[in-house]
Design a protein around this ligand. Structure first.
Ligand SMILES: NC(=O)c1ccc[n+]([C@@H]2O[C@H](COP(=O)([O-])OP(=O)(O)OC[C@H]3O[C@@H](n4cnc5c(N)ncnc54)[C@H](O)[C@@H]3O)[C@@H](O)[C@H]2O)c1
Length: 331
């Protein structure tokens, strides 16, 4: 099988690349390295089955040829992370909407019909999250009070609409995966992701910073489980033209998460609280609860998460300790 992964030098994209290479597939990655890194794909460079192009999906001249030559397109490239969403609201719309439209248009114009997987986000569910979020839920966005905070959610919703439209109008076999918080090795702490930040802070013996009151809940899915679910969805004809939650439905408060990471790290780090208004900006609309219904995913494919939160934190701590010790040795 031949696979194109946009954003394949990023966190989830590089795990997708690793998964397909291990299966003997040919993998072509395009990534502008804005948040991804060559380090993430360095282990694959020696493989004859791996090809990398450093390019922006909005402008890359090789895109039409690349999409016409593969069996699958995983469209993962996006501007992500709350810090980037707040500091670069235009880039969020440009890459996530215009980039997605270009990828789908190139596929539609190519003679071939690769299976397309669009990485959407649980952010589209907005601030209303008091129950297991279901794909049929009505969606709500408060654009007036939350300034550009919702640009990411809006951009992913636009991407979903584009995917559904290209699927209906041009018969493209598109599946939309609403990814809930995905965690694992290679995820950067730089752009506001909570688990890599807690792990780095605990490993370094620094204060663990909980934003808000810590009573908000999240559900975390190991990236290896996420990648397996995406692969299964691409194999399932019933998933064509569908929107499907992908995640793990165990939920935990962010405060309990901080204490779990601290305990597993054997760390003396104090847990401290930073108000949302300081972490982000005054008026920031924090999301209280976010937990997926996996009913549709389980109906469509034979999937159950294999990795526990504790397994993932243990992996991350093992990866973080040498990095933290190395930084200490050179400073
Ligand atoms: N990690 C999560 O918890 C999560 C949750 C929901 C949705 N998602 C979605 O999954 C996808 C992958 O996210 P991730 O967590 O791996 O983030 P990431 O930042 O590690 O990956 C995104 C990749 O896209 C690349 N990129 C950005 N703009 C580009 C452009 N114009 N052209 C080419 N490449 C570009 C970046 O360099 C990066 O490598 C994204 O679409 C994201 O919205 C992730």
């Amino acid at each position: 099988m031949r696979v194109l992964i946009t954003g394949g030098a990023g966190f989830i994209g590089s795990h997708l690349a690793e998964f397909h290479l291990a299966r003997g597939d040919e993998v072509h990655v395009v990534d502008d390295l804005s948040t991804g890194s060559l380090e993430n794909v360095a282990p694959f460079h020696d493989s004859k089955s791996f090809r990398f192009d450093c390019a922006d999906i909005r402008l890359w001249e090789g895109l039409p040829a690349a999409v016409s030559d593969v069996d699958r397109v995983y469209h993962m490239a996006a501007v992500v992370g709350m810090f980037r969403v707040l500091s670069e609201p235009e880039a969020v719309l440009a890459t996530n909407v215009a980039g997605t439209e270009r990828v789908l248009r190139c596929v539609a114009e190519a003679g071939a019909r690769p299976r397309v997987l669009f990485a959407s986000s649980s952010e589209v569910y907005g601030p209303v999250g008091t129950h297991r979020l279901d794909e049929t839920d009505a969606l709500l966005v408060h654009c007036d009070t939350a300034k550009t905070q919702w640009n990411y959610a809006l951009s992913k919703l636009a991407g979903e609409a584009l995917g559904i439209t290209y699927s209906g109008s041009f018969g493209l076999p598109v599946t939309i995966a609403r990814l809930f918080n995905t965690i694992g090795t290679r995820q950067s702490a730089r752009y506001g992701m909570v688990v890599p930040r807690f792990v780095r802070q605990a490993a370094a013996g620094e204060p663990i910073t909980v934003f808000g009151d810590g009573l908000q809940t999240r559900s975390f899915c190991n990236v290896k489980d996420c990648v397996r679910a995406l692969d299964l969805l691409c194999e399932a004809p019933e998933a064509e033209g569908e929107i499907v939650n992908v995640g793990n439905d165990r939920s935990i408060t962010v405060l309990d998460l901080a204490n779990l990471v601290r305990e597993m790290a054997g760390s003396d780090s104090p847990v401290v609280f930073t108000p949302d208004s300081e972490a982000y900006y005054r008026g920031f609309q924090g999301i209280r609860h976010r937990k997926p219904s996996l009913d549709k995913l389980e109906r469509l494919v034979d999937f159950a998460p294999e990795y526990s939160l504790e397994d993932t934190i243990a992996d991350l701590l093992a990866a973080a300790r040498p990095a933290v010790q190395g930084a200490g040795a050179t400073s």
